[in-house]
Write a protein that binds this ligand. Structure first.
Ligand code: GLN
Length: 347
């Protein structure tokens, strides 16, 4: 048996702002190299107008100062990251039983807007709440309970960002081109999963996707999830710790669509992506992280953002399964920032 007396202690070491800033800057430079390999989403025409070269990050440790770099305060649309907020509210208002009567908790292995699997088996429920079909099912539950204004208020509060607004241009643009989501929603109605008005449900879902946020607002949300649903500053509880646990688990297993498994291996931090280029990551008990990088990979995940998180996970030891005994050779393969590891966060 290797002698690893301080495993837990070492896992939860504090993130040192000054040391980390330098490391993260290096990781940003490296991640930027990925941008030319990606593309902004164009199936929502308004998103096609976004500058793909932007990259920003905000890391908000549970104890310590925020670390903000690059385009961390540029506004962009939340897109699928809003599925996390919708799930939190649905679990809190409707309860676990009702939610999982309508939607499963398994990775789909399909694209985020897929509808093939919906009609393939006896279980008519969408695979999970973090893909389009699952989130539309969740919206069907939410619609009789809360208004969009309620959701906007809640989003502002949980993201500690009163500046969140509806991006009307993106909303209009997506409503004109959302035939796939419309098809999914009507299919769900035919199966009795959605019992609310389909067009209203679709509008509610698309509005939530069109909320203008920043990487910093995502870090604020991530920090509350990392702290089991409680705001460190005010002590306000935004969700039960059970809800926080379910959400974080689904982020790890399903948050990156059909890229979730690889991402979990390479990064090991529960994360939810959106085609606006946002990434919400939760390093449990340590930090909330928000990333913005609108150039996307084939799965619709921020290409530079994923690289950035991979580097940061390595150098700040944020991988959920991090073990101090990890073979140095593996690390060298996994990160070019190896030379800075010794200097980072007291390792
Ligand atoms: N609004 C987008 C859609 O429904 C969200 C998808 C995403 O971010 N992956 O297609």
């Amino acid at each position: 048996m290797p002698n690893t007396p301080n495993t837990i202690e070492r896992q939860y070491q504090l993130i040192d702002t000054e040391k980390s800033k330098e490391i993260i800057q290096r990781a940003m430079d490296l991640a930027r190299e990925e941008i030319p390999k990606g593309h902004v989403a164009t199936y929502i025409p308004e998103l096609g107008r976004v500058d793909p070269h932007q990259l920003g990050i905000c890391i908000y440790p549970l104890t310590g100062e925020k670390i903000c770099l690059g385009d961390y305060n540029v506004r962009f649309t939340m897109q699928s990251v809003s599925k996390v907020i919708m799930l939190i509210v649905a679990l809190e208002i409707c309860g676990r039983k009702k939610v999982f009567e309508k939607v499963g908790a398994e990775p789909s292995g399909e694209a985020f807007d897929s509808l093939v699997e919906l009609d393939m088996n006896n279980d008519s429920r969408p695979y999970n709440p973090l893909i389009n079909s699952g989130a539309l099912a969740v919206c069907g539950l939410l619609l009789p309970e809360v208004s969009f204004q309620d959701m906007l208020r809640f989003s502002r509060e949980i993201c500690s960002d009163p500046g969140i607004t509806l991006n009307e241009a993106v909303f209009d643009s997506e409503m004109k081109t959302c035939s796939r989501n419309r098809s999914i929603a009507y299919l769900l109605e035919s199966k009795g999963i959605i019992t609310t008005d389909v067009e209203d449900t679709l509008r509610f879902y698309t509005k939530m996707c069109s909320l203008n946020i920043t990487a910093e607002s995502l870090a604020n949300l991530g920090k509350k999830l990392a702290n089991d649903g409680v705001c460190m500053k005010t002590g306000k509880r935004f969700m039960s710790s059970r809800t926080a646990r379910i959400v974080k688990t689904l982020m790890l297993t399903c948050g990156m669509y059909d890229g979730s498994g690889t991402f979990a291996i390479m990064v090991g931090i529960p994360t939810k992506s959106g085609v606006g280029g946002g990434l919400l990551s939760v390093s449990d008990k340590r930090a909330g992280i928000g990333v913005f990088g609108p150039a996307l990979d084939a799965q619709g995940n921020s290409i530079a953002g994923c690289k950035l998180l991979r580097e940061i996970s390595n150098v700040l030891r944020l991988n959920l399964f991090y073990d101090p005994e990890w073979n140095k050779e593996d690390e060298e393969e996994d990160s070019v920032a190896v030379d800075m590891i010794e200097a980072s966060v007291g390792i």
